[in-house]
Design a protein around this ligand. Sequence first.
Ligand code: ATP
Length: 232
Amino acid sequence: MKTLLDLKGVTAFYGASQALFGVDLDVAEGEVVALMGRNGMGKTTTVRTVSALLRPREGAITFAGHATRGMAIHRVARLGIGLVPEGRRCFAPLSVEENLTAAARASDRPGGWTQTRVEALFPRLAERRSQRASTLSGGEQQMLAIGRALMTNPRLLVLDEATEGLAPVVRQEIWAAIHQLKGDLAILVIDKTLKELRQVADRCFLIERGRTVWTGEPAALTPELTDRYLGV
Ligand code: ATP
């Protein structure tokens, strides 16, 4: 499979404080990759460097054949990265429909995303089409945040804490949607629920203190590894 995203030796700082010490990560076209690690190990910081919200200090980031280090945020997004940030962030005063249409960006590939297609993925959004985003439940806001990202027709969907803080039944709906999306586009996903991550991911990356320490298929993730790198 062709590599879509590639990070090599990425380091990053918040002011004087170093958060990433050498992240290596790659995602192929159509692949689902899980980024795993305990709290504070650098998962969010990694996806922030991928989306250019944070500039890496060293290392290389390539997306769809473009070196994106130093590129402006909107240019990187336009290359086809759809970020669903931690804590969602929809436009609160706008309706569900307005949130979706405001995010729309024409696709340069066939089979682009439309409001109808997003509503087929998340029928609840169709039921709440004219409702203000601020009045949605947490799960519905997450569906809308994913829908908004899809409306940009990304080649890579990045989900930071895909199901955090959601009720179990809603979590299952989000995972089901991720399974449905699998194969259509590449997905980089962060979440705390190991079981579901392992079921959907083609490959996993473990990071510890801002460094990639292991990568492999979910089946190769032994109890020793999960205890060592994901245990609390
Ligand atoms: P979590 O699951 O808790 O979100 P994470 O793996 O996503 O954890 P990051 O949020 O990437 O971890 O944090 C990596 C390191 O960078 C941590 O030591 C954290 O304290 C630090 N950090 C994160 N954001 C900032 C910030 N805005 N300013 C300063 N330091 C930060």
